[in-house]
Structures are given as structure tokens and as C-alpha cells.
Design a protein. Structure first.
Length: 507
């Protein structure tokens, strides 16, 4: 889709329908308590809307309706090919409304419109389509039980799935959860992050229009400690699929332990290394990947390569190129399509990032670029920042910043690079750059992370699983056919064919 001008995007923003109610059982509704919370445009400080602040009563209602729909079989027992058609119809509606959804998402999250239009929306549609297309091509299994039994291993939808989402990729995270969960036949309740609620509400409206039956896809809006916790502890929720911080992910394990042992899958934080070895070639290309890896989505990205671990022999040439490229990443109004970095999502996140930048300076980091807030009216903007002379023990080398901040750590050997790369509690993603295929394989194997990309930054694609080692994840993977495992239970059906006689007669 070709991009519009800033003024054209603004006029779409000015005329948008802003969904504000929770979406339960196929209808928008206020919270039972009547409570609301504000959602704010972080690029301007303007209050966009007051959103229903759901609590236990609303969660009870959403779970009851989800359960009723599941037991009635209106979706769970629908033929997979029919479910596929409905999800494909949803994709068509998202495509038809893509521009409006992109603007809605941008004004609420601060994300640059060009990224949402070029990456988030197309990838979300592709993800939903991929899972819908897969679901009528997945076969169950037979176990080798001999001639006297038929032993089937079948997969069945789990039931009521709660998806708890972060704010950094509102539409894409919906697609990552909703695609496989719905395609597998579950009822799904989404709890979007309170900073970015409206994309999920719009998606739910479109799902109803596409033919997803009432109760099968609901959105419970609200705060983490109330709506999120109520879902986590609910006896009627069979599974929680969570994406967010490691700290909050832990709560969901506790909630499950203290309630019904619901299945829990966690996709959490990262402090991802980008390792550049002394034989890395095409340093211009390497620099491009590094800049993209750290500044894409303002660094509010779980797979952000926020630690550059570079061999001393290539460092000078590489850093020159990084600085040169980074200057092209303009920061400012997210609705201006020439800006590649937009606003930081919230005051809390903005203060946290600036706190880390201050800490980096205090602990002896040398600022090569940026290192400060940008004054743009009431907007929350931070300069893309690059620190050199960072050592692995410094705070900004250890903690997830979730902002546009790169820390450069210099090493003298491949062994040291791998040691530093693994010196973290996280293990989500990593990149390695080298011209030698043998070293590439050895280093990729040695780094403890769920995804390791060689000679590029990335997360694989929809066909490859995504999730973390160590404290970056728990219990399963998003994306690929393996995502369907999260949302299905495995059942053995053993049929005894013997009738006690051994004469080999057929009847
Ligand atoms: P967060 O953990 O603060 O919030 C995530 C969700 O949990 C939100 O919906 C929030 O309302 C809810 N929540 C908060 N407190 C809760 C509580 N006490 N009980 C129940 N629910 C609660 O995360 P965030 O700030 O929205 O997102 C940033 C984090 O997400 C980063 O750490 C990032 O690395 C991670 N993330 C990971 C992936 C991945 O695939 N691994 C993808 C995107 C983001």
C-alpha cells in the first residue's frame, strides 16, 4: 500500500471511530462497574478516549459466554475448513480497513505509521491466513499398537483461552495468539495492554462481521492487576497465553498454581546480543542490520539486539558505518511517514528509558549519539542513543531497556563473544555475523537463545517457532505449526480389537 502524506493521515485520525467499550459475546459494552480509564496519544499528550475498565464481574461474563460457545460447539466443532473460511474472511476485512486500523494503532501507541502499514498490518494478516490455511491440513497420529488395537493420538482444542498482550505490537500480537488459538477451535478472550486497547476492539468487531460466533472472541479491556489477574486466576479459563515482561509472566505461573493449574505459555523479555566476529564481511550491510535491530519500533521490541558484541579488529570500521546509518532514522510525529521512530508509548516507559540512559552515563558509558529526550510539544520522544565502552557488568548491558538504546561491548575473541552473549538471564534472540559457515554454526549452537539469525537481524518468519530460553519464555512457542501445540490438548484413544480368541479368524 502506498503511503499517504502526514496531513492525509491526520484527517483519517480526526474522523476515526474510536471503540471504547469492552467486547463481550459479540457486543460492545461498558464495564459492569461503570469505571473507565484514559487512553492517551503519546505523541501529543491528548486524551483520546475513556475505555471500559473491566474487573472480575466482566471477566466472569466473558468466561461464561466463551465456555457456553465452546460447549455448544458452534466454533469448536465446526469443520476445520469452515473455520478457515471465517478467519480468511476476517483477514479480508482487516485488509479492507487496514489504513484506519494503522492510524488507530499509531495514535494510541506512538508507533510510526510507515512501520504499521508496511510491516505490522501485512504481517498480522499473513499470520492469521497462515494458521487458518494450516488447520485443515494437520493430521492426527496412530501409535504402533499392533493388530489387536487401534491407538490414536488426537489433538483437541483446550477450551477457553485467555491471551494477555503487551503494548508494543498491538495488532501483530493479537494475530500471533488469535491465529492458532481460533483456528484450533478454542474460544478466546483477549486482554490487551491498557496503553493500546483500541486495535483489539476493532479486531473483535471485524471478527463478528466475518462470522466468528458470539462468545468465541471477546476482548476484556482493563488494567493488569484487575482484568489480567482475574483471567489468570479464573477457574473457567483453561489456558493463558501471555506476552509481556518476565516479571508479570511469573505472576501467571502463580495464578495458575493457586487456581486450576491452567496451562501457561509465556513469551517474555530479552537482552539480545548481536555478535560481530572479526571476519564479518560487508560491514555496510551489517551496520544496516544493527541499526534496524536496535531502533526498529523505538527499541520497544522484545527481540531488539540491544547489545552489540563486536570484535576489536572490526569495531572501528563498523561503528563508523552504524553512526552514519543511524542518522537517517528520523524521530518525530508518528503520522509523518518520513519518520522512522515515533513516540515512546507512555510516560512510565519514557521515564524508565531516560533513567537507563542516565545510568549508562553515570556508570562510565561513552555516548556516541543521542542520549537525551527530544522536545516536541507534549510528546514523549527520545533520541536514538548509542553507547560505547560498555562492559558486561554495567546496568544497561544487563537489564532490558525497551527503548532506542544500543550498548557496544568490545571483545577480543570468539570465545569471549559467546561468553558475553550468554551472560544474561534472558535467552530470546541473537544474531551472529561471520563469513565462515563453520563458525556461524558453532556460534549459533553455543548461544542459548530461542532464535539465532546468521548474517542478518530477524525473528525468522511465520513458519519458524519464536520464543525464549531461560527467563525469556516458558511452556511453548508462538508462530509456526508448533504454535498449535499450545492451544490443543493431546488425547490418546485406545480401541481394543481383540475378542479373547487367538485363532486369527476375522469375525
Ligand atoms: P507487561 O508485563 O507490563 O504487561 C503485559 C500484560 O500484562 C498487559 O496486558 C498488562 O496489563 C498485564 N499485566 C500487568 N500486570 C499484571 C498483573 N499483576 N496481573 C495480570 N496481568 C498483568 O509488559 P508490557 O510492558 O506491556 O510489554 C513489554 C514487555 O513485553 C517487555 O518485557 C518485552 O520484552 C515483552 N515482549 C515479549 C515478546 C515475546 O514474544 N517474547 C513480544 C513482545 C513484548
Amino acid at each position: 500500500m502506498s503511503l499517504l502524506t502526514r496531513d492525509e493521515y491526520q484527517s483519517i485520525a480526526d474522523s476515526l471511530h474510536l471503540p471504547t467499550g469492552a467486547y463481550i459475546n459479540g457486543k460492545a459494552c461498558a464495564a459492569t462497574s461503570g469505571e473507565t480509564f484514559e487512553t492517551v496519544n503519546p505523541a501529543t499528550g491528548e486524551v483520546l478516549a475513556n475505555i471500559a475498565s473491566c474487573d472480575q464481574a466482566d471477566v466472569d461474563k466473558a468466561v461464561e459466554k466463551a465456555r457456553d460457545a465452546f460447549e455448544a460447539g458452534v466454533w469448536s466443532k465446526m469443520h476445520p475448513t469452515e473455520r478457515k473460511k471465517v478467519i480468511i474472511q476476517l483477514c479480508k476485512l482487516i485488509k479492507r480497513n487496514a489504513r484506519e486500523i494503522a492510524v488507530l494503532e499509531s495514535i494510541e501507541s506512538g508507533k510510526p505509521i510507515q512501520e504499521i502499514e508496511n510491516v505490522d498490518i501485512p504481517e498480522s494478516i499473513h499470520c492469521l491466513e497462515w494458521h487458518a490455511e494450516a488447520v485443515d491440513k494437520i493430521y492426527d497420529q496412530m501409535a504402533p499398537a499392533g493388530d489387536d488395537a487401534v491407538a490414536m493420538i488426537v489433538r483437541e482444542p483446550i477450551g477457553v483461552v485467555a491471551a494477555i498482550l503487551p503494548w508494543n505490537f498491538p495488532m501483530l500480537m493479537i494475530a500471533w495468539k488469535l491465529g492458532p488459538a481460533l483456528a484450533s477451535g478454542n474460544s478466546v478472550i483477549i486482554k490487551p495492554a491498557e496503553q493500546t486497547t483500541m486495535t483489539a476492539l476493532r479486531a473483535a468487531e471485524l471478527a463478528s462481521e466475518a462470522g466468528v460466533p458470539d462468545g468465541v472472541f471477546s476482548v476484556v479491556t482493563g488494567l493488569g492487576e484487575t482484568a489480567g489477574q482475574a483471567l489468570g486466576r479464573h477457574m473457567g479459563v483453561d489456558m493463558v497465553s501471555f506476552t509481556g515482561s518476565t516479571e508479570v509472566g511469573r505472576y501467571f505461573l502463580e495464578y495458575a498454581a493457586q487456581s486450576n493449574l491452567k496451562k501457561v505459555v509465556l513469551e517474555c523479555g530479552g537482552k539480545n546480543p548481536c555478535v560481530v566476529l572479526d571476519d564479518a564481511e560487508h560491514l555496510d550491510v551489517v551496520a544496516e542490520h544493527i541499526v534496524n535491530a536496535v531502533f526498529w519500533n523505538m527499541g520497544e521490541n522484545c527481540s531488539s539486539n540491544s547489545r552489540l558484541i563486536v570484535h576489536k579488529d572490526v569495531k572501528k570500521a563498523l561503528v563508523e558505518r552504524i553512526l552514519h546509518r543511524a542518522r537517517d532514522w528520523r524521530t518525530g510525529d508518528p503520522l509523518d511517514p518520513s519518520n522512522r521512530l515515533g513516540a515512546i508509548v507512555s510516560q512510565e516507559q519514557y521515564d524508565s528509558i531516560l533513567g537507563y540512559i542516565a545510568k549508562g552515563k553515570e556508570e562510565g558509558g561513552k555516548v556516541l549519539m543521542g542520549g537525551a529526550a527530544m522536545k516536541e510539544g507534549q510528546g514523549l520522544f527520545i533520541e536514538p542513543t548509542i553507547f560505547d565502552e560498555i562492559t558486561p557488568d554495567m546496568t544497561i548491558a544487563r537489564e532490558e531497556i525497551f527503548g532506542p538504546v544500543l550498548s557496544i561491548i568490545t571483545v577480543g575473541s570468539t570465545d569471549e563473544a559467546v561468553k558475553v552473549a550468554n551472560d544474561t538471564k534472558y535467552g530470546l534472540a541473537a544474531s551472529v555475523f561471520t563469513a565462515n559457515v563453520r563458525r556461524a554454526h558453532r556460534v549459533a549452537r553455543a548461544i542459548k537463545a530461542g532464535t539465532v539469525t546468521v548474517n542478518c537481524f530477524g525473528e525468522g518468519d511465520i513458519s519458524t517457532p519464536f520464543g525464549g530460553y531461560k527467563q525469556s519464555g516458558f511452556g511453548g512457542r508462538d508462530n509456526s505449526i508448533h504454535a498449535h501445540d499450545q492451544y490443543t490438548e493431546m488425547k490418546t484413544i485406545w480401541v481394543d480389537l481383540s475378542d479373547g480368541e487367538t485363532d486369527g479368524e476375522l469375525d
